[in-house]
Write a protein that binds this ligand. Structure first.
Ligand code: EPU
Length: 372
């Protein structure tokens, strides 16, 4: 490690976020920058606090042919134990600009803080996305969604640096190709670096958007489709998430995770029929798997349910990487895990679910230098 003075750095747990200028470290540990607290060092770690610094760092890497790893909130990253041979770039830009119902966020803004501010401002549209760890710039990449809201419903434009053409582009919502946990940015991970995200929120006299998720409606004591005071919606979601271990707490290893580790499988009607038959074979004639409509001819089922019913119940595992005690979809680092420990558990879950139900789960977090 180079002999450089220790300066405050952004970290996913929200501490010491002040940074005045570009900071550069060598052979720098990446684990503290991820919510899993896993992964080896980067050859070089650069922290950028303005769009110009982000673009300069990306251009330099591209011109010199240096591999580049973009780090936002670190909440969706599984970095290999060997680390990253190249430049890791932390996006630490700041900017929360509200103009009427229009909001522009710099990519480096802490998402959950931005949500809190929209609720305080009395605007609806992202209140059910409270408590989701990570940065604002990461939200369009996998079309972040929870409790009946998805960012694709409120994003109007994404401003990104296009590494292929070496220019900054503004992509309208329709150009972002949003779908369930997917987008144009996720489809071309090497091409775009998100700089800013623009949203159109709603002024509904202090009320939330329609509460669509059944579990949230139940917790609020309303019918799906009703609106409630914004702060109630946000607080209820935070409570539900905390109950599932899905709100970061540095003191609680049950939350040292990347949220959902697997996406919910989307099956064709034919695949669903075959799956349904296997469920009845295995769990008895009355067994019904969760099924949610997912577009014409498609049904989404629940990865958490599959994992549970394949025998990986809450708290599964004896090693340093285990399934969360509160939700089967969150794999956790109990403090002393390595990335290999985590991947071994993930592989065990994938093969167990495949054997039980014939479905191959796909990881949701991005893997760096490793794969499942
Ligand atoms: N279930 C189990 N065991 C468990 C937990 C859940 O069997 O331990 C079953 C239940 O049948 C339950 C169903 O799974 O009804 C669905 O669970 P939940 O409502 O918690 O939703 P999810 O599909 O597991 C998704 C998102 C979450 C988001 C919640 C709430 C994905 C991959 N995950 O989880 O997003 O917070 O809905 O909307 O789409 C994330 O992406 O990191 C994330 C946390």
């Amino acid at each position: 490690m180079d002999d450089v003075p220790e300066r405050p750095r952004p970290d996913p747990w929200g501490r010491s976020r002040t940074l005045e200028r570009v900071q550069e470290l060598h052979d720098a540990p990446l684990a503290p920058l991820t919510t899993f607290r896993l992964g080896g060092p980067a050859t070089r770690l650069v922290t950028a606090t303005t769009d110009a610094e982000v673009i300069a760092a990306v251009r330099e890497a591209d011109v010199t042919g240096t591999p580049l790893l973009i780090i936002g909130g670190g909440s969706n990253l599984v970095i290999g134990d060997k680390g990253f041979a190249g430049t890791a770039l932390v996006i630490a830009t700041k900017g929360f600009e509200l103009d009427g119902t229009r909001l522009e966020l710099a990519a480096g803004e802490v998402w959950t803080d931005a949500v809190a501010r929209t609720v305080e401002a009395g605007l609806a549209g992202v209140e059910c996305l409270a408590g989701i760890p990570g940065s604002a710039g990461a939200t369009p990449i996998q079309n972040v969604g929870a409790y009946g809201q998805e960012v694709s419903a409120t994003i109007t434009e994404v401003i990104a640096y296009d590494r292929e053409n070496g220019e900054t582009v503004t992509l309208a919502n329709e150009e972002c190709a949003f779908s369930y946990r997917h987008s144009r940015f996720k489809a071309h991970p090497e091409r775009y670096v998100v700089l800013r995200v623009r949203f159109e929120l709603q002024d509904a006299d202090g009320l939330s958007g329609p509460i669509k998720y059944a579990e949230t409606a139940r917790a609020l004591g309303v019918e799906p489709g009703d609106r409630v005071p914004l702060a109630d919606a946000r607080e209820t979601v935070l409570k539900l998430r905390a109950g599932k271990g899905m709100v970061l707490d540095p003191e609680d290893h049950d939350t040292w995770s990347a949220g959902s580790f697997f996406t919910n499988p989307i099956l064709t009607d034919e695949q669903f029929a075959a799956f349904h038959a296997r469920v009845r074979d295995r769990l008895g004639d009355g067994a019904e798997p969760p099924a949610y409509p997912a577009g014409a001819g498609h049904t989404k089922t629940s990865a958490a349910w599959l994992i549970d019913k394949a025998g990986f119940t809450k708290g599964y595992g004896n090693g340093p990487a285990r399934i969360s005690t509160k939700h089967t979809l969150a794999l956790t680092n109990r403090g002393a895990a390595t990335t290999e420990d985590l991947l071994a558990l993930a592989r065990e879950v994938v093969s167990g679910v495949r054997e039980a139900f014939g479905i191959t789960l796909v990881n949701e977090p991005v893997t760096v230098g490793v794969s499942l």
